[in-house]
Write a protein that binds this ligand. Structure first.
Ligand code: COA
Ligand code: AMP
Length: 631
């Protein structure tokens, strides 16, 4: 069956389509309804059914004879270690981890926050939660204590599971002190913390609250899988919203399992037993979906890579991993390939490795520039597939579904809507735009299984953020267009979200931090184009009148403040002082115009601008720091 036939079937009879896909999953009890549409926009998949996600990702493969197959390969150039964990070993570890949680009083529906580097124990912890129906929330290690505290207060975890440290090529990340500081800052206090003591920097355990992972695992009573409702939450994953308060995306168990398993086969064209590598981090949605759940649900081997595309030790690192572990399909962000291309433009490292097992490269997380896609395709000689998705959907909205039919690749486009997604480009009035015109990219409800069920503890924000602008449609927050072949082009965000090295960040959140500095009267943060990371945040600040401290010192304080309050992941290193910010007559800061100036692009003078002369001042300030250059 070709793409069009499969897509049409998913649109004409979604219930039959997804009931068919659901055969990839083992259910404890069957559903009453495939799709419960009784309470829009809260659609529920497989209501009435029960299952256990961990059973499907681990135990059933052992029963089916995959016990000796590698489930996880941890490859860590930063610690110079490699570890293979078979499905049988994973089952034992996950059951013990679930046992630790049970012994700490964690039961179905309780939350557990996981704050860990790229180690297999992070996956064990996630699956351990799923095993007993606890809801995990993984927080990326590049976030600060304050960001972690915000998530603790929102999710109210009973237990935290953390690594004692993370290892970045240039430094050790002090996870344990960051964790302690976050718990101090948070109003909610988790009862216990389970700490994976890493030899590079063991943490100091707080008596009565903290346990050592290794000791607890040794004595833990293995726990069995607990059936949960398909509609029960599996996890919460926080992502940047348009305010400083992150959005807690809630994923269910049943729809998620079906979408993950189906996508492995039909989007990525991977079969059970094959090695799949998502070079991302478990703290991001890509990591949740394609390092942990999807590969394991299908019975594949998943690579957990603790390193970078360059510098650990060189730009051949990815090729080494692909060869050594016989990776069939690689998934990463375009930034990783831009970094490799920058260090090794003629791909000389490649000559040292045999990559004949690699069938395809998938890229996502940010817009993929055609240059990067063409370069990757040229050096690897396999299809390079740009695909578009977001934390909220949990899996691809648009892709070239290699497991169905490879469509022609058009660099710059993530191809066509994935079966299950009714993608439409609408104008401000909710009318479809003309073909080729840019508009809001929306998804007609219901969305397929696996997409967000709601925002944690905040149904109202879920409706208001995504469902209110055009009733009956989900607002992706991206703007773009569709061509005559139905190919989607995702061009920009319509909100204040920027994408730095494939990491999603809110400029509003950074502005709130800058504004909290006593010397700052006003500020704006824009995402300026960057050759390596796609975008980089640039701050523009107006000092309060009378401020006469050393300007360089204040600017350093501002950079430090963002690093301290949001985290190193914000990559906020550039801030300039200006006398005033350009605004409309109603007082709205013209961020889009400043971004166009920074990127050296032509822009139309906004009709409502208060004082056009300010734009010359902004141009001068940005060009003094290397921006605002026309090609
Ligand atoms: N824990 C703590 N700190 C982290 C971290 C983690 N897990 N991950 C990144 N950081 C830190 C980095 O050390 C860096 O700190 P620094 O300012 O002290 O140098 C900062 O956060 C910014 O990190 P990053 O934007 O990743 O930049 P980088 O220079 O370290 O690496 C790339 C650049 C391109 C090599 C890297 O971003 C990369 O591999 N990206 C592509 C893949 C990817 O993971 N995408 C995610 C979604 S698919
Ligand atoms: P995140 O939720 O962190 O995965 O970020 C999702 C956002 O990243 C999307 O809404 C897009 O703005 C952007 N994005 C992800 N993948 C792509 C892609 N293939 N092309 C263009 N933008 C993308």
């Amino acid at each position: 069956m070709g793409y069009q036939t499969v897509y049409d079937r998913s649109m004409s009879d979604p219930a039959a389509f997804w009931a068919d896909a659901a055969r990839l999953i083992d259910w404890d009890t069957p559903w009453d309804q495939v799709l419960d549409s009784s309470n829009p926009p809260f659609y529920r998949w497989f209501s009435g059914a029960t299952l256990n996600t961990c059973y499907n990702a681990v135990d059933r493969h052992v029963i089916a004879g995959r016990g000796d197959q590698a489930a996880i390969i941890h490859d860590s150039p930063v610690t110079d270690t490699k570890t293979v964990i078979t499905y049988a070993q994973l089952q034992d570890q996950v059951a013990r981890c679930a046992g630790i949680l049970k012994s700490l009083g964690v039961t179905k529906g309780d939350r557990v926050i996981i704050y860990m580097p790229m180690v297999p124990e992070a996956l064990v912890a996630m699956l351990g939660c799923a095993r007993i129906g606890a809801i995990h929330s993984v927080v990326f290690g590049g976030f600060s204590s304050r960001e972690l505290a915000t998530r603790i207060d929102d999710a109210k975890p009973k237990v935290m599971i953390a690594g004692s440290c993370g290892i970045e090529p240039n430094r050790v990340v002090h996870y344990k002190p960051l964790l302690d500081a976050a718990i101090d800052l948070a109003a909610h206090k988790p009862a216990n913390c389970v700490i994976l003591q890493r030899p590079q920097e063991p943490g100091t355990l707080t008596p009565g609250r903290d346990l050592s992972w290794a000791e607890a695992m040794e004595t833990a009573e293995p726990a069995d899988c607990v059936p949960v409702a398909a509609t029960d939450p599996l996890y919460i994953l926080y992502t940047s919203g348009t305010t400083g308060q992150p959005k807690g995306v809630v994923r269910d168990n049943g729809g998620h399992a079906v979408a993950m398993a189906w996508s492995m086969k039909h989007v990525y064209d991977v079969a059970p037993g094959e090695v799949f590598w998502a070079a991302s981090d478990v703290g991001w949605v890509v990591g949740h979906s394609y390092i942990v759940y999807a590969p394991l649900l299908l019975g594949c081997t998943s690579i957990v890579y603790e390193g970078k595309p360059v510098g650990t030790p060189d730009a051949g690192a990815f090729w080494r991993v692909i060869q050594e572990h016989r990776v069939s399909v690689l998934f990463t962000a375009p930034t990783a390939f831009r970094a490799i291309k920058r260090d090794d433009p003629s791909a000389e490292h490649l000559a040292r490795y045999d990559l004949t097992g690699l069938r395809a490269l998938f890229l996502a997380g940010e817009r993929c520039d055609p240059d990067t896609l063409n370069w990757a395709q040229k050096i690897l000689g396999v299809p390079v597939i740009d695909h578009w998705w977001q934390t909220e959907t949990g899996w691809a909205i648009a892709a070239n579904c290699l497991g169905i039919e490879q469509l022609p690749i058009k660099p710059g486009s993530p191809t066509r809507a994935v079966p299950g997604y009714d993608v439409q480009v609408l104008d401000d009035e909710g009318e479809p735009v003309k073909q080729g015109d840019i508009g809001r990219i929306m998804i007609k409800l219901p969305m397929p299984p696996g997409c967000l069920a709601t925002l944690w503890g905040n149904d109202e924000r879920f409706v208001q953020s995504y469902m209110s602008i055009q009733p009956g449609y989900y607002l992706t927050g991206d703007a773009g267009y569709m061509d005559e072949d139905g190919y989607i082009y995702v061009m920009s965000r319509i909100d204040d979200i920027i994408n730095v090295a494939g990491h999603r960040l809110s400029t509003g959140g950074m502005e709130a931090v800058l504004a909290s500095h006593p010397d700052v009267a006003e500020c704006a943060v824009i995402g300026a184009a960057d050759q390596l990371k796609g975008e980089l945040p640039v701050g523009l600040v107006v000092f309060k009148s009378g401020v006469n401290r050393d300007k360089t010192l204040i600017l350093k304080e501002l950079v430090d403040l963002v690093r301290d309050q949001i985290g190193p992941v914000a990559a906020f290193k550039t801030v300039v002082v200006v006398d005033r910010l350009p605004k409309t007559r109603s007082g709205k800061i013209l961020r889009g115009t400043m971004k166009a100036i920074a990127d050296g692009k032509d822009y139309r003078l906004p009709a409502t601008i208060d004082d056009p002369a300010i734009l010359d001042e902004i141009t001068a300030a940005l060009s003094a720091i290397g921006y605002a250059k026309h090609d």
